[in-house]
Design a protein around this ligand. Structure first.
Ligand SMILES: *Cc1c(COP(=O)(O)O)cnc(C)c1O
Length: 413
């Protein structure tokens, strides 16, 4: 018997439930993935025992030799992977990375300009409920009312009017690539810093399937656990001139001791992302998302912006007589895990919504390809339109389980 089963059978049983859930259903939440057994091993290692406040060769605790070595390795790998002048691999999460980046570049009360939450932006880009909306004067740009893509002319006008100190490019539910040089030119015109938050598409950048924002941006923030497929955590890349400010904003600015077990797992994840097979993975993510989009369009679903350039799709359900909440619940019944999501100018509130966000990073890790995307689109159509009620959803759930049993390339097993 393993130690967890012996010492805490209650948690052990819950863990078994989670393994069952992850392996028997389609994981289509766009921000989720399956990290590798190597990442999980590093993250579950004895580095969890070590305090290493400070940075390599400049710690506040004794006996940090292995911590120094592993953190320096993670830093070097991140810099090489993204061709960045400086990397900080300590942020505990994407949100913490953003908090540190803002505090490094701005004074509290200064103006920031980020994508509207309702248009696909993230809470940390200036939402009222978040530190970003409380500590800073937050302004928002949105997407074009018809194309639902970023309207760069409108963004330029907003930036001229607001005169923000920082503009944020990045989102959680935007299915198109960002034009980083357009953002750079707008920032230069109004004297703003450019922060690119690549939390969602960091893996696509690493694998060469999305433009790299590092040259255009002053600072790039990210998570490691979304398309990048590493441990849960964050990191920051920046130009050399901002390195000191970024480091002291992370520690001692907003964090205490780094999570050295997670830093070790980040080193592993950057190593994995440097392999040729990761380039194939990133390309396959985009091919799969586009195949799924095409199969949904064929079945008369409306997609926000009409398709996708990246790993996610936003379905506009207004022509389906169904809310996002109903659709997500029906899909869950059918073994397809996705989330309701607001669409631009959504007439319904955030608890209901008119949209459904679908992501393919996890199913792509499992080895699914274009034929499976068409298969999934067919099940989504049956689940959302079928009038067979629970019987039909149960039937789909069994089919989904059989599919998942054929694709065991994911992490949990
Ligand atoms: C997920 C995400 C984050 C936050 O990451 P957490 O690790 O959940 O704090 C930040 N920015 C964007 C754009 C995201 O999608």
């Amino acid at each position: 018997m393993n130690p967890l089963t012996q010492i805490d059978p209650e948690v052990s049983a819950i863990l078994a439930d989670e393994i069952e859930r992850e392996t028997s259903k389609l994981q289509m939440i766009a921000s989720e993935n399956f990290s590798s057994p190597a990442v999980l091993e590093a993250q579950g290692s004895v580095f969890t025992n070590k305090y290493a406040e400070g940075y390599p060769q400049a710690r506040y605790y004794q006996r940090c030799g292995p911590s120094d070595t592993v953190e320096q390795l993670a830093i070097n790998r991140a810099q090489t992977l993204y061709q960045a002048q400086h990397a900080n691999v300590q942020p505990h999460s994407g949100s913490t990375a953003n908090l540190a980046a803002y505090l490094a570049l701005l004074q509290p009360g200064e103006k920031i300009l980020g994508m509207d939450l309702a248009a696909g932006g993230h809470l940390t880009h200036g939402a009222h409920a978040n530190f970003s909306g409380k500590l800073f004067q937050a302004h928002a740009y949105t997407v074009h009312p018809e194309t639902h893509r970023i309207d760069y002319d409108a963004l330029r006008k907003t930036a001229r009017k607001v005169k923000p100190r920082l503009i944020i490019a990045g989102a959680s539910a935007y299915p198109r690539n960002f034009d980083f040089s357009a953002f750079r030119s707008i920032c230069d015109e109004v004297g703003a810093y450019l922060l690119v938050d690549m939390a969602h598409f960091a893996g696509l950048v690493a694998g060469g399937a999305h433009p790299n924002p590092v040259d255009a941006a002053d600072v790039v923030t990210s998570t490691t656990h979304k398309t990048l497929r590493g441990p849960r955590g964050g990191f920051i890349l920046c130009k050399a001139e901002h390195a000191r400010k970024i480091n002291s904003a992370v520690f001692p600015g907003v964090q205490g001791g780094p999570l050295m077990h997670v830093v070790a797992a980040k080193a592993v994840c950057f190593h994995e992302a440097m392999q040729p097979s990761f380039r194939d993975y990133a390309r396959q993510i985009v091919s799969n998302a586009q195949a799924l989009a095409a199969a949904l369009l064929e079945r008369k679903f409306d997609l926000v912006t009409g398709g996708t350039d990246n790993h996610l799709i936003l379905v506009d359900l207004r022509n389906q007589n169904m809310t996002g909440a109903e659709a997500a619940a029906r899909l869950e019944e059918s073994g397809i895990v996705a989330n309701k999501n607001g669409i631009p100018n959504d007439p319904l509130g955030p608890r209901v919504t008119s949209g459904l966000r679908l992501g393919v990073p996890a199913v792509t890790t499992q080895g699914m390809r274009e034929p499976e995307m068409a298969w999934i689109a067919e099940r989504i159509a049956r689940a959302l339109r079928g009038d067979g009620g629970a019987g039909e959803l149960e039937k789909i759930r069994h089919e989904v389980r059989e599919l998942c049993e054929r694709f065991t390339g994911g992490g949990a097993s």
